[in-house]
Design a protein around this ligand. Sequence first.
Ligand SMILES: CC(C)(COP(=O)(O)OP(=O)(O)OC[C@H]1O[C@@H](n2cnc3c(N)ncnc32)[C@H](O)[C@@H]1OP(=O)(O)O)[C@@H](O)C(=O)NCCC(=O)NCCS
Length: 153
Amino acid sequence: MSAQLDEMPKIRRMTLSDLDAVVAIEREVFLFPWSRGNFSDSVTAGYHCSVLDQGGHLFGYGVMTVGAEEAHLLTLSIAAGSQRKGWGERLLRHFIQIAKEQHARSMFLDVRESNHAAARLYQRIGFRQIGRRRDYYPAMGGREDSLIMELEL
Ligand SMILES: CC(C)(COP(=O)(O)OP(=O)(O)OC[C@H]1O[C@@H](n2cnc3c(N)ncnc32)[C@H](O)[C@@H]1OP(=O)(O)O)[C@@H](O)C(=O)NCCC(=O)NCCS
């Protein structure tokens, strides 16, 4: 095993120097990815941007805002080769902890109606669907609804 993979994965703040790796994962896992500018704006605006890092190798990240007692999870991704090993849940719980520390009363997110894997993760943690935004996301051959989910903190 290489030296970098001997190290325990850790969650740390995203910096601008992480963006090559973040954007590469983003393009791998999403058909309609965020741009590099979306991530750099999030970092420079001071949003809660975190990465999963194992010895300098990034394999997951998320972005959240907190204000007015509401947390909004804007994105959450685990690299394809690291999915279904519990890291998505671990990173989500990290954001929930930050939201609680920042005195948010609820966490909200949007998920594509067809993204059953993500919706299952959110439901398992306790999120419930509170609404729907019609045609919120671009999709192959048209648009797709988002499901709005809330977790009371
Ligand atoms: C959604 C995502 C973040 C989940 O992360 P992950 O590390 O793969 O998930 P975990 O291993 O923590 O899984 C936790 C639970 O989520 C659910 N889940 C995760 N992936 C699933 C899948 N492919 N199918 C069904 N359920 C799934 C399961 O309930 C799972 O628990 P289990 O393995 O005991 O059944 C990850 O798959 C991902 O990055 N997908 C692409 C990007 C994306 O869709 N992001 C969310 C945008 S809203």
